[in-house]
Design a protein around this ligand. Structure first.
Ligand SMILES: NC(=O)c1ccc[n+]([C@@H]2O[C@H](COP(=O)([O-])OP(=O)(O)OC[C@H]3O[C@@H](n4cnc5c(N)ncnc54)[C@H](OP(=O)(O)O)[C@@H]3O)[C@@H](O)[C@H]2O)c1
Length: 248
């Protein structure tokens, strides 16, 4: 069953990891996609072409650094010029800096993580939600983290940035409901991607120990939740944070 037929989605962080898998799973469910990556990359272009061909959908690569206002504006102009409705926004781009003890973490390092994970996500959401408000329809899916709910040792700024995404999600659900825009978030646990695999071995084992399913998640397990939140199956859900964490 295709859950996203006739929907057009903007997906950030599309080059690898969870964002790339969201592109693949959305395509499998019939969505056309603006696949957003930081900069032009031949391999990425080929990857997107092959996903589009496999599922018979359109995938339009769009390039911008989420932290660059001028690049974001240019990308938004490109998307607008296509004169298609934007039904879904998935904010998947994000960073985690190296783990450092709170008392040894510079404010500058914290600002950088907040810049990508919160302010950049917020700026793009402002632009896209204006388009959705005109259409009087839309679904926004933010990728937060269990770190934003439970905290994570030596990742003060990452946890705070993901908690900010959760606060923003709950707030926007209320603010955008009049425009018929739903806003939800996914809080993944430890997922096997470049970022997930960076976690230090002893911490990884500690986390797995307290995870009911005793394993890391796969990117497609996060992508499936994103499909649900983007689709009309979740039409009465907004302001929700869904944990996809194997039971933590
Ligand atoms: N993996 C986990 O265990 C886990 C758990 C909870 C939440 N998450 C969240 O899930 C999301 C995806 O994470 P992941 O595991 O897939 O990480 P990843 O493999 O490190 O991929 C991160 C993606 O974000 C993009 N990105 C980062 N900074 C960017 C910028 N300034 N402009 C444009 N794109 C940028 C990267 O682009 P490039 O390829 O160009 O670098 C990449 O595509 C993130 O928000 C992360 O915080 C991950």
């Amino acid at each position: 069953m295709k859950l996203l037929d006739n929907k057009n989605a903007v997906i950030t962080g599309a080059r690898r990891g969870i964002g790339r898998e969201i592109v693949n799973t959305f395509a499998k469910h019939g969505a056309n996609i603006w696949a957003c990556a930081r900069k032009y990359d031949e391999n990425f272009e080929a990857d997107m072409k092959s996903i589009a061909a496999q599922y018979g959908v359109e995938i339009w690569p769009v390039y911008f650094d989420v932290t660059s206002e001028s690049e974001v504006k240019k990308a938004i102009a490109e998307i607008r010029a296509m004169k298609l409705p934007v039904d879904v926004l998935v904010n998947a781009a994000g960073i985690a800096d190296s783990s450092t003890l709170f008392q040894m973490t510079s404010i500058e390092k914290m600002r950088n993580v907040m810049e990508v994970n919160f302010f950049a996500l917020t700026r793009l959401t402002q632009y896209i939600s204006r388009m959705m408000a005109k259409q009087k329809a839309g679904s926004i899916v933010n990728i937060s983290s269990v770190a934003g709910i439970d905290g994570e040792p030596a990742q003060y700024e990452y946890s705070a940035s993901k908690a900010a995404v959760i606060g923003g999600t709950r707030n926007l659900a209320r603010e955008l409901a009049n425009s018929n825009i739903r806003v939800n978030a996914i809080a993944p646990g430890m997922i096997s991607t470049d970022m997930g695999n960076l976690i230090e071995q002893s911490l990884k084992e500690e986390i797995l120990q307290k995870t009911i399913m005793k394993r890391m998640g796969r990117p497609e397990e996060v992508a499936n939740a994103a499909v649900f939140l983007a689709s009309d199956l979740s039409s009465f859900m907004t302001g929700q944070i869904i944990r996809v964490d194997g039971g933590m």
